[in-house]
Design a protein around this ligand. Sequence first.
Ligand SMILES: [Fe+2]
Length: 238
Amino acid sequence: MTDIHCHILYGTDDGAQDLETGLKMLRIAYEEGIRSIILTPHYKPRHHHPDNSVLLMKMQELRDMMISMGIGIDLYLGNEVLYFNEVPERLRAGFINSMANSRYVLVEFMPNDDYSYIKSSLYGLLSEGYLPILAHIERYECMLREPDRAREIKEMGIYIQVNSGSVDGSLGRVFKKYTRHLIENDLIDFVASDAHDTHKRAPRFGRCIKYMNSRMGKEYVHRIMSDNPLKIISDEFV
Ligand SMILES: [Fe+2]
């Protein structure tokens, strides 16, 4: 399986704070059956961001340490971008990383952002030739209020990601009900961990997969957890 959204790249955002925590998270991910990860440190307006050279160095450090620990996970770099006006320009300039160097971009918004703002921002990215993935769609109040909006977003050509902790219920009943509704209507493209630590927000897929397996079957699980994410890495259309 592949995890396309997590905060394991230590010391770069509010996720893993040190190398040791990053490695513990990778160990958990490996035991869950995850074999490829796109590291997605936050990129937000008016925040200080480490240079890409630092991100690449830390990613290489994780790779080197994994070898000595017997963990075989392929690592790729991306960002989780909190949308602001200069995002397309900063993507083009290489300050913001697309997902594993592909056309895919992982985009988030504030929970109370307007639907019209979310839609027009995503549309703007599409028209620049990017393939936007809306991060954890269940977090946005405007989506929860009107479940049909997920279909509208998808029909626009936007990809939809939900968090495994929302599907398995560990992030609360509201998120669980909404994400399961989306899954049962085949409206999502990706499940990811959005892991930040080794406890409450660890990279775990087990219970989420169990649910998807029983409700949607093995082929569905394979498509969402493996086939679709690998298409990001090879820069193909999902
Ligand atoms: Fe995240």
